[in-house]
Design a protein around this ligand. Structure first.
Ligand SMILES: NC(=O)c1ccc[n+]([C@@H]2O[C@H](COP(=O)([O-])OP(=O)(O)OC[C@H]3O[C@@H](n4cnc5c(N)ncnc54)[C@H](O)[C@@H]3O)[C@@H](O)[C@H]2O)c1
Ligand SMILES: [Zn+2]
Length: 349
């Protein structure tokens, strides 16, 4: 029963983790036990490995990594009604306090008490099994693979972003950044009705993947092309209806209003550890609406439906897959940020 453990910054090991086995011995009435199948490697997992912290979350004790997961139900609690043994599922990794004010207001993702996998001190999911609440476990249709299902977590960020943008049929959008989050956001914006989505990045290989996803995606190389000129040219100088910031780069985030149309919406997705430049004047003359995203709420079933119907295809984003025994090597490769990779996944035995 090995787990992938971040012992401390720069040190990973595959080893037994008796404390977690012990913690999961009992199944509460509304819980299910799941055998983990596939886990995606997220930028945050890699950041804990390379930096030992993300903002206030510091790895002070060994922690199991991973939060983008799919698997199979192997046991159900006495009060579970919607799942049965053998069901293939994906799991939402953040469990809020059901009685908190945020949860009661429908904002459970910003509940300060939320317990999110692989965010210290909460362990992640690169381990053989887990116990999880039925309410945060979602059954998969037969035509959604475990690999696609492990993409539901990042996809949920894009779907939440498109939802908060209130995309309308025929809108145009810009997505800054063609990492996994930028690309799922572009796919979600198209599924929500965008006619055209401009996707920028500095890495041409990422843009080639972006361009291959849909004829409605226009890749723009931020090094060699001028996004604002291209958008102005295509929109008679008006601009796009929505700009999604998905780079996490302060420089890119400082430019979000430039391609935006009057009355448009900016959605901030990329993480910013420090305060950034914000062009309040450019926002004001456009009467821009600005939305912020913190993970997602209430979107996993929608993501599963869109994967099943074909409205969204995430398969081209899964660029590499590793056996669980090669997890440490997988993280070393992910930490080297290979330019032609979007999402790497680990498959458990
Ligand atoms: N708000 C949330 O809930 C949430 C959830 C998940 C991830 N995030 C954040 O979203 C961001 C993106 O996540 P990711 O996993 O895709 O990261 P990533 O690092 O894989 O992707 C970022 C991409 O932006 C590109 N980029 C950097 N500077 C650029 C610039 N000036 N112009 C154009 N492109 C540029 C990079 O080349 C890279 O491909 C990160 O900051 C991450 O922390 C936020
Ligand atoms: Zn993630």
């Amino acid at each position: 029963m090995k787990s992938l453990v971040l012992e401390k910054q720069h040190e990973l090991s595959l080893r037994d983790f008796p404390a977690i086995d012990k913690a999961e011995e009992t199944l509460a009435p509304h819980d299910v036990r799941i055998k983990i199948h596939t886990v995606g490697i997220c930028g945050s997992d890699v950041h804990y490995y390379t930096h030992g912290r993300i903002g206030p979350f510091i790895v002070n004790a060994p922690m199991i990594l991973g939060h983008e997961a799919s698997g199979t139900v192997i046991e159900v609690g006495s009060a579970v009604t919607t799942l049965k043994v053998g069901d293939r599922v994906c799991m939402e990794p953040g469990i809020p306090d059901p009685n908190s004010k945020a949860t009661r207001l429908g904002l459970y993702n910003i509940d300060p008490a939320v317990r999110f996998w692989a965010t210290p001190p909460v362990h992640g999911i690169l381990r053989p099994t887990c116990v999880h609440p039925e309410a945060f476990t979602f059954k998969l249709p037969d035509n959604v693979s475990f690999a696609e299902a492990a993409m539901v977590e990042p996809l949920a960020v894009g779907v939440h972003a498109a939802t908060k943008a209130r995309v309308k049929p025929g809108d145009s959008a810009v997505v800054l950044g063609a990492g996994p989050i930028g690309l799922v956001t572009a796919l979600a914006a198209l599924a929500a009705g965008c006619a055209r989505v401009y996707v920028t990045d500095l890495a041409q290989q990422k843009l080639d993947i972006a361009g291959s996803l849909s004829p409605a995606i226009v890749p723009v190389n931020a090094r060699s092309e001028n996004l604002v000129d291209i958008v102005r040219r295509d929109t008679d100088g008006w601009g796009v209806d929505v700009v999604f910031e998905a780079t996490g780069s302060p420089r890119a985030a400082g430019t979000v209003f430039e391609p935006l149309a009057p009355g448009g919406c900016v959605v901030m997705i990329g993480g910013q550890p420090d305060p950034i430049q914000y062009d309040a004047g450019a926002a004001m003359v456009r009467e821009a609406r600005v939305e912020n995203i913190f993970r997602y709420a209430h979107v996993f079933p929608r993501c599963v439906s869109m994967l099943s119907s074909g409205a969204i295809d995430v398969k081209p984003l899964i660029t590499r897959s590793f056996d669980f025994k090669d997890s440490v090597q997988a993280f070393e490769i992910a930490a080297s940020t290979p330019p032609a990779d979007v999402k790497m996944q680990i498959v458990l035995p």
